[in-house]
Design a protein around this ligand. Structure first.
Ligand SMILES: [Zn+2]
Length: 329
């Protein structure tokens, strides 16, 4: 009897101690009322996805996702609301809202651990974003394991995770990025222009690492088997990367196309985030023509997680076909 009582007491004490530390999914759902999806996401481990490209191990992490209204204000800004909505509905998507997600990727070549882009970092945490490091940890990698950080370009959702608590988030890494991209954003001439905020972000997050940075152009090599390609337009020095190992390939297209339907089926539609809209559209067609012709897999930073797929050329653009087991055999 005494033993049983003690057990019960210990049991309830254990619950009392544990309860304040563990926010259960049910409790989060109750607290947050109607709009629970993002809070539920936060209670779940970050999504990760692993596959091999030849002897390279590729780990994609979902840094987070962000629902928005009014798709036409971002994609197809030179089209009518009705035209954009109709294309979405024809693809089984809502006409009046969309979800943007963020997919940084780690590539372990066997001799290097290369991270492509860093997510939103600390600035995204309040909204359930900035989960890259949490995801890498879940996949068995520490921040210290990363030997090279590649920045495809310097928009906030790609450079936000470079610093953590005022220190470099990946303390053992060297950095690789496009020369044209860094030169644009670091230039004090951006002050007083629409790029001023971006300039400040680069001074805060990228410039402190400039001494450990290798600046490349079209065709520049990151490590053996990983090559940069100029894909300017989305930003002035935006670059994409081709991975090749044992005859297998994957192209990291970064922000060349940012919606798997609107940007791919209508590559010429204008996109709010493309800084040079005509150049971005031309680059989009060039890159996705190449991927369709060569039947190459690609990973797009804003494609639906795990963000890997193929494109088939159809009338005005390209149809997105998500990856299945192609890399597992
Ligand atoms: Zn982006």
């Amino acid at each position: 009897m005494v033993t049983m009582k003690r057990r019960m007491l210990l049991g309830s004490a254990g619950v009392a101690l544990a309860a304040p530390m563990i926010m259960t999914r049910a409790a989060i759902a109750q607290q947050s009322g109607a709009d629970t999806s993002m809070n539920i996401d936060r209670a779940m481990p970050p999504e990760t996805h692993r596959f091999n490209v030849g002897k390279f191990e590729v780990v994609v992490v979902k840094d987070g996702s962000r629902p928005s209204g009014n798709p036409q204000e971002t994609f197809g800004t030179n089209q009518s609301v009705e035209t954009v909505g109709a294309l979405l509905e024809a693809n089984f998507l809502p006409a009046d809202s969309f979800v943007n997600s963020f997919a940084p990727v780690l590539v372990n070549t066997g001799s290097d651990v290369v991270l492509f882009d860093t997510g939103l970092g600390e600035g995204g945490r309040a909204n359930g974003l900035g989960r890259l490091v949490e995801g890498l940890t879940a996949a068995g990698y520490t921040r210290e394991d990363v030997t090279t950080v590649v920045l495809t370009h310097m928009h906030g959702d790609h450079i936000g995770g470079l610093m953590e608590g005022g220190q470099p988030a990946f303390p053992n890494a060297r950095y690789v990025t496009g020369q044209a991209e860094y030169d644009f954003w670091a230039d004090p001439a951006r002050v007083g222009t629409p790029a001023e905020n971006g300039h400040k972000g680069v001074l805060a997050n990228v410039a402190p690492m400039a001494e450990k940075m290798t600046f490349i152009g079209d065709g520049g090599e990151v490590v053996s088997g990983i090559t940069g390609m100029a894909a300017f337009g989305h930003s002035p020095g935006h670059m994409i990367y081709r991975l090749e190992s044992e005859g297998r390939q994957l192209v990291l297209t970064a922000d060349t196309a940012n919606h798997f339907v609107l940007s791919l089926q209508r590559p010429d539609w204008e996109v709010r985030f493309d800084m040079d809209k005509a150049a971005a559209a031309a680059t989009r067609s060039k890159v996705f023509d190449m991927l369709a012709t060569d039947k190459l897999a690609f990973l797009g930073y804003h494609m639906p997680f795990p963000a890997v797929g193929f494109v088939e050329k159809v009338d005005q653009g390209y149809r997105y076909v998500p990856k299945a087991y192609q890399f597992d055999i």
